[in-house]
Design a protein. Structure first.
Lengths: 107, 804
């Protein structure tokens, strides 16, 4: 098996993340959409809808889901799964909040 | 009466489907025995690609599980292959040495994948893509190997390629023809498909003939006839299928390419029938599922001795969805000779539609990007519909429900609604009537209609509507604003007013929303209603705005934006143009285009650049993204035109300055023309003005978009003051009574022109409406300027952070 290298990248302070809106981060060659939900938790997913590549960071956030701004696919921010009746999934990234610092865990 | 012995050779989709049809007709006429070479019960071969893609497991694609055979007293032998039909002794013989007598025998041996007769085709790591075993080989290979080559860029090859891509392999597709799926698509659609799939990560090698598969025991690569080669450690051959006729040949049944059958699926030998991919009817062996089901029906009736219409061949159609790409083709889809095409191509949204006509008849169609019209077109082709009374382009863009609805209404009960699962209109109607189905999902659970590709969902919904008729309509009459609530728009607005609700969250809480934070339908709607009810007090909630209205620019498919500066009445000057030109240079804006509303649109602006672009433009927002007044188009009018009777530019600019930034249920477009020639197209606007000698005509509810509608003449007035007052009252009444996202064209039809006129005729009401409009207008500010001046907002909305 390949050993996975996990690196922890500081991306933002917690207060700089707008609530119920997405923010786009370029980390290495990845584009990540980071969301601060209304309950304060931070979630991060790949910033491309599996349907037609819509930028998910600009979608409407509701609870723990985001609606793709292109064709309204609903995607769960917890597990990246596209909600019925559409299907598919996006990559999710783990986040860690330590005090005011928000980190992204990258494999 | 003793039961007759019926033997089915081949436990696949076509054969078992025929048995199901027979069981529908009679339960006790036959003693049924089925032989299948695979160790599985009947499964849906079409969905193997989903198993490969990891969406589904083998158990989920089983059509008839073991208990179905037991319940119907069917003797099933799996893993056992029939090697001979001995028609003299009336028995079949299997490879296990079993001898089974029959009275009637159905041969449904399907087809076999065509394996290229090239050196190395027998190496390890070379497989076809036909059954569960092949799928398992591919799944296993993907865990250990990296490079896959799929030979064949047809339907099957592309599905295999997509699956392998999902499994994390690098996939190259090798294809002999110059474009993909050449048997189903025309070059245009084939190329569009290629572009789309390349974006998803597939590599294509077109016009390549594979000459050799090289490697030791396992494949290591492919060599082509032009001398080039590629590395590969898995090769999937998907170059085609051919009818499996070896049993028929062995048994002396007449074959050509397939087993030759007549219109009743009978072979040349009495009591021996063939159905499905192994059969050849009228020179054609069919390789798709819908025809097989049609054949199964005819054969079932024939065997049971029931009266049946002969099978007359099928219109071939294909509907494919690879990772979101919808592709459809039907019938004779290549134009040429006496066949002419009507095409619609939208490069921006990447869709393409083509109809092929012979005279007044539709004989074929190709759809790319949006295949929702597929079922309708297949049916028109099957019926050889005469389209001489229809506008050709509207066939590709049917307006409203009429086109589809009338089609379902004219379908007979026998006609197939769901091609994948062979469900007829009659079966759906019966599920509604006898089993109480009242939604598409219930029908799906009950009949399997729309279970596979889902393309027929709109048709199923129409059958529901037709069958339930008025009761379905009354259910629909009170339309909840979305799935989060049972309340209608009017009820919600009434509650907002009565209870003095002031926030989106508060509305959802007080009115018992089913979801905590609503959805993409109700949130923007509530945000609008709250602002409409309380224009001066309500603080707009950007989190409940669609991206365009939050960012004040139009998002494009690549995530960049387009910017339209305000240009009142479509009139510009050298200074503005110079500034626009400078901005285009400075920010390297890739496309500058004049819009339909007489504006200049700057495409491809990066999100981070938006505030800077606005600042440098130093022009107000054109609101090209808003549910708002978009543009007032004008003709040049009396200032220059020799026909102009009024100052159309003057009025247009005045209107645009007054109403710019106004929030409305949907976008509002205006046009002012100085004479009845209506060069500004005033008859197709939400409100249009036409100058006449000594006054203006006002037209409302016009629309030139999806739902084309000519505007209705509302009033003729003498002065510009009257024009403004009526416009205010009309727009305010629309703002207060329309559903969110309802254009004036739909609204006028819903509430009635007479009703609108009655309200506006009332001088008192007109004044009140106009005053409320002025109140709403009083708080509008230019959003671009507001953002430029607000550092926090700029950072929150427009910043992209780059970390290493």
């Amino acid at each position: 098996m390949v050993n996975k290298n996990i690196s922890k990248v500081l991306i933002s302070s917690l207060q700089e993340l707008p609530e119920r809106l997405g923010k786009t981060f370029h980390v290495g060659n990845m584009e990540v959409a980071v969301f601060k939900l209304s309950n304060g938790t931070v979630r991060a997913i790949e910033n491309r809808c599996p349907h037609k590549g819509g930028v998910l960071s600009e979608g409407i956030v509701s609870g723990d889901s985001v609606f793709c701004p292109m064709h309204d696919w609903k995607i769960c921010l917890e597990d990246g799964l596209v909600q019925a009746p559409d299907t598919g999934c996006v990559k999710t990234y783990s986040t860690v909040v330590e005090g005011e610092d928000v980190f992204l865990l990258i494999e | 009466m003793a039961k007759k012995k019926l033997v089915l050779v081949g436990n696949g989709m076509a054969g078992v489907r025929t048995i199901e049809e027979i069981l529908k007709l009679t339960k006790d006429q036959f003693e049924i025995t089925i032989f299948g070479s695979e160790p599985h019960p009947n499964y849906n071969r079409i969905l193997l690609s989903k198993v490969l893609q990891g969406d589904t497991e083998v158990a989920d694609i089983t059509l008839n599980d073991w208990s179905w055979y037991e319940d119907n007293d069917i003797q099933l032998y799996t893993d056992e292959t029939v090697v001979k039909v001995d028609s003299d002794r009336k028995v079949v013989v299997t490879d296990a040495g079993r001898v089974e007598p029959y009275d009637e025998v159905i041969v449904a041996t399907g087809s076999v994948p065509f394996i290229l007769p090239i050196p190395g085709a027998d190496k390890d790591g070379v497989t076809a893509f036909r059954d569960i075993k092949d799928t398992e080989i591919m799944l296993k290979a993907s865990k250990k190997y990296k490079k896959a080559a799929v030979i064949g860029g047809g339907l099957l090859g592309l599905e295999a390629a997509r699956g392998l891509l999902n499994l994390g392999m690098e996939v190259s597709v090798i294809h002999l023809a110059p474009y993909l799926m050449e048997r189903q698509l025309d070059p245009m659609a084939g190329k569009m498909l290629q572009t789309e799939l390349e974006k998803q990560g597939m590599t294509f090698l077109l016009e390549k003939q594979t000459q050799e598969i090289y490697g030791e025991e396992r494949v290591e690569g492919l060599r082509f006839s032009d001398g080039t080669e590629i590395e590969a450690d898995l090769v999937v051959m998907a170059v085609g299928i051919k009818p499996n006729i070896s049993l028929a040949v062995e048994s002396g049944i007449e074959v050509n390419r397939g087993i030759v059958v007549n219109d009743y699926m009978q072979t040349n030998i009495p009591s021996v029938y063939a159905v499905g991919e192994c059969a050849e009817h009228n020179g054609i062996p069919y390789g798709l599922v819908a025809p097989l089901y049609e054949q199964g029906k005819v054969l079932a009736k024939t065997i049971c001795g029931a009266k049946t219409d002969p099978y007359k061949g099928s219109v071939l159609y294909t509907q494919l969805k690879v990772s979101g790409v919808e592709v459809f083709s039907a019938g004779d889809f290549m134009e040429g000779d006496d066949k002419k095409a009507v095409k619609v191509f939208d490069e921006q949204d990447s869709y393409y539609k083509k109809l092929v006509l012979r005279g007044n008849q539709i004989v074929g169609a190709v759809l790319f990007g949006d295949s929702s019209d597929g079922n309708r077109l297949v049916s028109m082709i099957q019926k050889q519909a005469d389209i001489s009374d229809t506008m050709k382009v509207s066939l590709l863009q049917p307006t409203g429900q009429e086109a589809g609805a009338s089609l379902v209404a004219t379908m007979t009960d026998d006609e197939i609604i769901c091609g994948c699962n062979g469900v007829s209109k009659g079966a759906i109607v019966s599920a509604i009537q006898t089993q109480g189905c009242s939604s598409v999902d219930e029908i799906k659970a009950c009949t399997s209609a729309s279970r596979s590709c889902g393309g027929c969902k709109p048709l199923v919904a129409e059958v529901l509507q037709l069958t339930l008729g008025s009761s379905f309509d009354t259910k629909q009459q009170k339309e909840a604003i979305c799935g989060c609530t049972t309340l209608s728009r009017d009820e919600v607005v009434e509650e907002i007013r009565a209870k003095g609700l002031t926030h989106v969250k508060e509305v959802m809480f007080v009115l018992d929303w089913k979801t905590e934070e609503g959805c993409s339908k109700c949130r923007p709607a509530l945000n609008y209603y709250l602002g409409m009810v309380n224009p001066t007090g309500y603080e707009d909630e950007k989190e409940s705005r669609f991206v365009n209205e939050r960012m004040h620019a139009n998002i494009q498919k690549d995530g960049t934006y387009s910017v339209v500066p305000r240009m009142y009445g479509g009139v510009t000057n050298a200074n503005d143009l110079r500034r626009i030109a400078d901005v285009v240079d400075k920010y390297e804006i890739p496309l500058v285009k004049v819009t339909g509303g007489q504006r200049i649109d700057l495409f491809g602006v990066k999100k981070d650049d938006l505030p800077k672009v606005w600042e440098d433009l130093d022009m107000p927002s054109g609101f090209a993204y808003g549910k708002s007044l978009r543009t007032v188009k004008t003709c040049v009018g009396e200032q220059f035109c020799r026909f102009g009777t009024q100052d159309s530019m003057g009025l247009g600019i005045q209107l645009e300055k007054k109403y710019e930034g106004l929030q409305t249920p949907h976008k509002v477009k205006m046009a002012v023309s100085a004479c009845p020639r209506s060069c500004a197209e005033s008859g197709f606007k939400d409100i249009g003005y036409i100058g006449i000698d000594g006054g203006w005509e006002l037209y409302i509810g016009g629309n030139g978009g999806t739902h084309v509608r000519g505007g209705d003449l509302l009033y003729k007035v003498k002065t510009e003051e009257e024009v403004i007052e009526i416009t205010s009252a009309y727009l305010q009444y629309y703002r207060e009574t329309a559903n969110y996202l309802e254009r004036t064209s739909a609204w006028v039809e819903r509430v009635g022109l007479e009703h609108v006129r009655e309200v506006l005729d009332d001088k008192e009401k007109r004044k009140e409406l106009s005053a409320r409009m002025d109140k709403a207008l009083s708080v509008i500010e230019d959003p671009w300027k507001a953002i430029i001046e607000n550092k926090k907002l700029k950072k929150e909305l427009f910043e992209t952070v780059v970390t290493s």
